[in-house]
Design a protein around this ligand. Structure first.
Ligand SMILES: *Cc1c(COP(=O)(O)O)cnc(C)c1O
Length: 365
């Protein structure tokens, strides 16, 4: 059986170091807003090429607090792609604003920039592109649109830490970006966590208050805040893992290259890395018109796969949109996509077995 993902391999390899930092944090007994978190913030700000980073409790909070820090709320519209994890849209709703869905570019699964332009209204305040599967959205065009219409840009970089567009890291393009440390993400905690990275000092300062009860530093609660901090233990774990992130990304990109070589001409549509993009392959996602039959054949052959996502966001029961008619590429993607195993610890032998299994399954369809 080849697992779709296996985090135990990563943690077995890092166990001694993770236990050592656990002891360090226990000895200090500072568990919230301490030195580990501050150090991780600096290290991730550097990775993203921005001056500020603020640790928060999840990727979801990173996005919702950023929207709030930008003054977005009731009566405002924020444009976001119809094909993503549900949190891209729900974080907009948490502020009281309305998500306005746009369709995706079927080749890259990132937002369609022309559709984004058509969706702008007098109420639009921001665009939230999603770097889905680890592939950056076309940020030069998104920024151009944002400048023309005076809109903020919040990057949903939950799946894309380390990715770049035109050699500039994701996170350094927009007003701010949200990262997620959900365990299966490219940089995953041993629990939940998230971070806002930003080039704007005003946004960084406001989020530092929002995450801690609106506290300006001396039990002076200057506005309604939240309780959303990244704890020290998670920060310490993440610092151990961050030292491997570049190597892990190299491994993911290498596996993607092997799949691309091995899976040509079998009737699968393979991921396409946009010419200016550096894709970090959080997921290696292919598509096939008979996706469900393919998933079953692979499962019978001992190959784990996963579908991200079986419904477009507006087709979630909470929205009851009509994606097939209004966001047809998002709808089609939800029926055709399938992700293959792609994580740093996957062996070459396993990659070869996946390739052979997928080729066999495609021939039978
Ligand atoms: C994981 C994810 C989030 C939310 O992050 P959490 O840490 O799970 O709150 C948001 N957007 C996208 C695209 C994600 O993949």
């Amino acid at each position: 059986m080849i697992p779709f993902i296996d985090l135990t391999r990563q943690h077995a390899a890092l166990k001694a170091e993770l236990l050592a930092v656990t002891a360090r944090v226990l000895d200090s007994s500072q568990f919230v807003l301490g030195g580990e978190g501050r150090a991780l913030e600096q290290e991730l700000a550097a990775v993203c090429g921005v001056p500020w980073a603020i640790g928060v409790a999840s990727g979801t909070d990173a996005l919702s607090l950023t929207l709030t820090a930008l003054g977005i709320g009731a009566g405002d519209e924020v444009i976001t792609p119809a094909f993503s994890f549900v949190a891209s849209a729900t974080t907009i709703m948490m502020t009281g604003a309305t998500p306005v869905f746009v369709d995706i570019d079927p080749a890259t699964y990132t937002l369609d920039v022309e559709a984004t332009e058509r969706a702008i209204t007098p109420r639009t305040r921001a665009i939230m592109p999603v770097h889905l599967y680890g592939q950056p959205a076309p940020m030069n065009r998104v920024l151009e649109l944002a400048r023309t219409h005076r809109l903020a840009v919040i990057e949903d970089a939950a799946q894309a830490v380390g990715a770049a567009w035109a050699e500039q890291p994701v996170g350094a393009w927009g007003d701010a970006a949200g990262l997620s440390f959900y365990p299966t993400k490219n940089l995953g905690a041993c629990g939940d966590g998230g971070m806002v990275v930003t080039r704007r000092q005003d946004v960084a300062e406001r989020i530092a208050k929002l995450r801690h009860h609106g506290d300006s530093g001396r039990y002076e609660h200057v506005e309604l805040g939240y309780c959303s901090r990244l704890d020290e233990l998670q920060a310490a774990f993440l610092r151990v893992k961050l030292r491997r992130l570049a190597d892990w990304t190299t491994a993911r990109r290498r596996i993607a290259g092997l799949y691309e070589k091995g899976l040509g001409g079998v009737g699968l549509e393979l991921p396409s890395e946009a010419p200016q993009a550096r894709h970090v392959y959080h997921l290696f996602t292919v598509r096939h018109p008979q996706r469900d039959a393919l998933v079953k054949l692979l499962a019978d052959d001992g190959i784990g796969t996963a579908v991200y996502y079986p419904r477009s966001v507006p087709d979630q029961p909470m929205f009851r949109g009509d994606a097939e008619r209004r966001w047809p590429e998002a709808w089609r993607a939800s029926r055709e996509v399938l992700s293959l195993p792609c994580f740093a610890e996957l062996t070459d032998d396993e990659v070869e077995r996946v390739i052979a299994g997928v080729r066999r399954a495609c021939e039978r369809l």
